[in-house]
Structures are given as C-alpha cells and as structure tokens.
Design a protein. Sequence first.
Length: 287
Amino acid sequence: MTRQSPARWRQAGAITLAAAALLALLHLTQREPRLDHRDFAPTSGPGALQFCDPANPRLLSVVSRLSPVSVRISAPAARTGEKVWVALTLSTTRGKPIPASELLPTAGLGLQLLVVGPGAEDFQAPPASAGAGPGTWSFEFEPRLSGLYRVFADFTPRATGREMYGSAEIAVAPGGVAAPAPERDGFRFALSASAQPIRAREPIELVLTAERTGGGDAPAGPVAHLAIFDLGLTGLVNLHAPLLAAGIGKTASFRVTLDEPGTYVVWARSSPGGRETAIPFRLEVLP
C-alpha cells in the first residue's frame, strides 16, 4: 500500500472542509430563501390592504384590512413615564421572516416605526435596531398616556419596491409621571391646506411652515415628515418632503387624499434647531 504524504492529507482535509461548508451554506439558503414579489402579493377583494402609491398618497386602513405581512411584538409590562424595550418580529403571513437585508431604505431607514397613543394624542418615532435573528427588531419608547398604543411599521420590500404598512398593539398601564413632549426651541409651526373646507376623496396639498418666534431665518433639517392618523388609529399615511427656504421660514409641501370624512390628527416632525420636534394639528374632513 502506498503511504500518502502529509501534504496530500492536508489537501484532502481542505477539500472535505470546503465541501462541508458548501453543504451548510446550501442548507441555510434552502431554509431561508430570498423573498420575491409573490410573498407580498395583496390579498384580493375589497378587504385587502394595498400597497402605498407614491404618486397618489392616501390614508390606508391598516388594522381592518387583510395584509400579506405580520407584525408581532412582545414587551414587559408598559407603564406611563417608564421607558420600555419592545421586541418586534416582521414576517409574511406565510411565516417567512423579513430581515433588514430584504428592505429598501425608507427616508434613510430600512424600517420606520410610528408609535401613537390613544386618540392620537401622543406620537413617537423611535429608531428600530435590527436583531440577531432574521426579521427581528427592537426599539425603546416612553409612553405618556395610559391605554392602548398602536405601533405602525413602515417599510419597503426589495422584492416589490412598494411601500407597505403593518401594525400591532401595546397596552400601557398608569404609572409614573411621563416626561413632557420635546420643546419647540423658540420655533413656531403652522399647517395650512390648499382647500377649505377639506372634502373626502378630494386631493389636497398640506404646507408645513417652521419659523423662529423672534424672527430671522429658521434652520431646519433636510426633510420634514407628516404622519396622519384617524382618531380610532385604524390607519395612517406617512409623508416625506424636503424643507425649502421661504422668506424667514422654511416650508414643506405634501399632497394627500383622505377618503373618509371625520377628524384626523396630523403629527408634523421637523428638526429646525437640530433636535427633532413633533407637533400635532387637527384636520376636519367633510363628506
């Protein structure tokens, strides 16, 4: 029998290890196949949640519609005035996880979270951190009200390139005194509509203006955001627009359609002093 040299044994061992690594990679790839557009196909019928149309943004009823995605959250008991860490899982309704690698940046983020309290009287947009497992995320927020909070997830799958929403709930019990809302740092904000009265199913333009209360230029971040909710927190529309200089203030223009009459709360987010501030406005929409 011919005795193998140490070099040949090393070569055989390297080939064996490479084959094992390749098999393991194929196994993982088979267990977690890439998502495609069929995984996000909206359920057909009048009760299906559709994709957001950037050319014609409108408030979508997220809670009462059948969605191809699932948002699940778990958290310790939440109380007012206490920060709470929340774990979130994002998946398709068929059980496939939706990891960060499968999401396109939305306003610089793969996943935007919009946390809104009872009656839309508290609003926060905490940053989301991707977890160790596929489709897992975490975030921290401090509720200011007791009652039922709704967490809306705003994301754009790479497979579709179309913005989608999902939602889940967090129950908040009375606790300590909540921290006050962020100061406006000497700035005044106004929101105006292109038409009065505002009518359901008629597109309108909303203009957000930020200016210093004492006059002078109002420095601002590059983008402003409007998050619009109905009072029942069943749906939303999340809008983004660049801030442009206009006299001593800065303005951002948003086009939107609200399909149902009623009262809506608009939370405007901007950072004119370098720190983000959220300001609520109310819109009355007539039939």
